[in-house]
Structure formats: structure tokens, C-alpha cells
Write a protein that binds this ligand. Structure first.
Ligand SMILES: Nc1ncnc2c1ncn2[C@@H]1O[C@H](COP(=O)(O)OP(=O)(O)OP(=O)(O)O)[C@@H](O)[C@H]1O
Ligand SMILES: [Mg+2]
Length: 285
């Protein structure tokens, strides 16, 4: 991809966290981190993330791996705008997040990011359909008909057309996670952040959920950053980034999953048909 030297993110021309040569929306990376640090505590300070440089292109499906405590969830929280960095710059979908107040962050988060966590965080009192509608209701202030239709369509896509009226407790773990994926997709985000999305599932349900994420990546062109401890899952990503003690110690394309240069020349499109591989359909019981 040709480097661009003009655009809204073109900084002052100095080096450091103020300067990015890339343009923002419509072509630049979805995520761009420049010397991002994160520390916790006042008297005893823990330096969790140390000058992280990272970029995630559109459509990239990247695994984030690393030992427990290395800072993976902290990094995901920063990229997801759930927390602010101590230092450095985070651009998301072309916006310099340092310039945004809480309202601006919330808006950007809602527009650009979907979350899938290890524990799905579905609301127990609501049905699958209502859970998937919630992000749209939060955005619009009410339940529009279009939201209901979109939620229903998404639940169909994750193979749960026959479970729309079920509450989370009436669904299996894998089904609950698929509802959470449908919910993450409800506002058509450019980026999905997933923190151990299969960590709580058995291997068959894991395969299904992971296959579904890959299928969404392929059909919706959504970028993914997926934290996983599961080497089988990491092996199915286009790119593997390793975090050790708050630093990126590895960043490599995963050749097994690619069939040529990807958006940044590092990874490519998946070869398999994950729609078939995931084996999801309305016919399941
Ligand atoms: N709010 C906080 N206050 C203080 N320390 C924190 C806070 N959040 C995280 N940490 C510390 O940051 C470090 C990294 O935590 P993080 O949750 O990011 O690790 P992780 O790589 O996701 O680990 P795991 O694989 O076990 O989920 C840990 O040492 C943790 O104690
Ligand atoms: Mg974690």
C-alpha cells in the first residue's frame, strides 16, 4: 500500500506520538498505536504496557498471544477505548483519540468497535433477540423496527433463528457466545475485539465460534484482534502478535492461513470456507 503523506492525521512533521503519515477513515489502518504506555497505581506504580507500537489494517484477523499478566487485556481495553493510556497515541478508525472527551470516545466506540469477551455478558432478563438489539437501543434511544429486523437477521447468521425468544440461561455456552457475537455485530463495527472468546467453551463449541468469527471477517470485512491462549485458534489467524511483559516481542504473518499478501503485505485472506467449516445453520437443535 502506498504511504500517504497528507491527510487529517498528518502531524507537525516531528517524530514521536504526534505524527502519523497515514490517512484516517476510508483507507488507513483501523488501529494505530504509537508508543503507547499504561501504568497502574500512584504510590506503587506498575508499568504494564511499555511503548507499544502497533497497527491493525482493515480486514486483518490477528491473534494476540502471550503469558498471563503480559498485558493483553489491558491492551485490548485501551484499543477498545474502555480505558485511557498513560502515554502515547491511539488512533481508531482515523480519529486521534487524545482529542476526544468521554462523549466522543463513547460515540467512536459505538460506531467502530464490537466486543466479544470470554464471559459473554449477556443480560439475563432479556431474550437473545433483545440482547442483540441493545446496542442499537442504546444508540437510538428506542427499539426501532429496523433494529429488530437486523437483530433477527444476525441471529440467523450465527445459526440461532430458532432461539430468538430464549433467555441466556436457556442457551448452551456456545449458543450464548454466538448471541454475544451477533450483538457485537449489531452496529456493523469495523473492528471486533475479542478477549478469549472461546476460553469458556469446549473444543467443539470453540471451533464453531471461531469459525463464525472467521466467516464474519471474510464476509463483512471486519478486522479482528483476538486474545487467545489456545494455540489451535492462533494457528487459524492471519497474523500472530506476541506480548511479553508489556512489550511486543513477536509479530508474524501466519502463512498456514494465508494465500498471498494481505492488506499490509503481511497476511492474506483465509483459504478455507469457514461458513461450511463452522457447521452452523438454523436446522440445529
Ligand atoms: N486496574 C489495574 N490495577 C493495577 N494493576 C492492573 C490493573 N489491571 C491490570 N493490572 C496488572 O496489569 C498486568 C497485566 O494484566 P492483564 O489483565 O492485561 O494481563 P493478561 O495478559 O490479559 O493476562 P491473562 O492472560 O491472565 O488474562 C497484571 O500484572 C495486572 O496485575
Ligand atoms: Mg486477560
Amino acid at each position: 500500500m502506498a504511504e500517504r503523506t497528507t491527510g487529517p492525521l498528518d502531524g507537525s512533521g516531528t517524530q514521536g506520538p504526534g505524527t502519523f503519515p497515514e490517512r484516517g477513515q476510508n483507507g488507513g489502518p483501523v488501529v494505530l498505536l504509537n508508543k503507547v504506555t499504561k501504568s497502574f497505581g500512584d504510590t506503587v506504580v506498575t508499568h504494564v504496557l511499555k511503548e507499544i507500537d502497533f497497527r491493525l489494517e482493515r480486514r486483518e484477523f490477528t491473534a494476540l498471544i502471550g503469558p498471563s499478566g503480559s498485558g493483553k487485556s489491558t491492551l485490548l481495553n485501551l484499543i477498545g477505548l474502555l480505558d485511557r493510556p498513560t502515554g502515547g497515541r491511539i488512533d481508531l478508525d482515523g480519529a486521534d483519540t487524545r482529542e476526544l472527551d468521554e462523549t466522543g470516545l463513547t460515540r467512536l466506540r459505538g460506531r467502530a468497535i464490537g466486543f466479544v469477551f470470554q464471559f459473554h455478558h449477556l443480560l439475563p432478563a432479556f431474550t437473545a433477540l433483545e440482547n442483540v438489539m441493545l446496542p442499537g437501543i442504546a444508540r437510538d434511544g428506542r427499539a426501532r423496527k429496523a433494529l429488530r429486523e437486523r437483530a433477527s437477521e444476525l441471529l440467523g447468521r450465527v445459526g440461532l433463528s430458532n432461539r430468538l425468544g430464549y433467555k441466556p440461561a436457556e442457551l448452551s455456552g456456545g449458543q450464548q457466545q454466538r448471541v454475544a457475537i451477533a450483538r457485537a455485530l449489531s452496529l456493523s463495527p469495523k473492528l471486533i475485539l475479542a478477549d478469549e472468546p472461546t476460553g469458556n467453551l469446549d473444543s467443539q463449541a470453540s471451533d464453531q465460534v471461531f469459525g463464525l468469527l472467521r466467516e464474519i471477517n471474510r464476509t463483512e470485512q471486519t478486522a479482528f484482534l483476538v486474545v487467545t491462549h489456545d494455540t489451535r485458534m492462533a494457528a487459524r489467524c492471519d497474523r500472530i502478535v506476541e506480548l511479553v511483559d508489556g512489550r511486543i516481542t513477536g509479530d508474524r504473518p501466519n502463512r498456514a492461513e494465508t494465500d498471498g499478501p494481505g492488506p499490509n503485505g503481511k497476511g492474506g485472506r483465509p483459504q478455507r470456507d469457514y461458513g461450511k467449516a463452522s457447521g452452523l445453520g438454523d436446522g440445529e437443535s
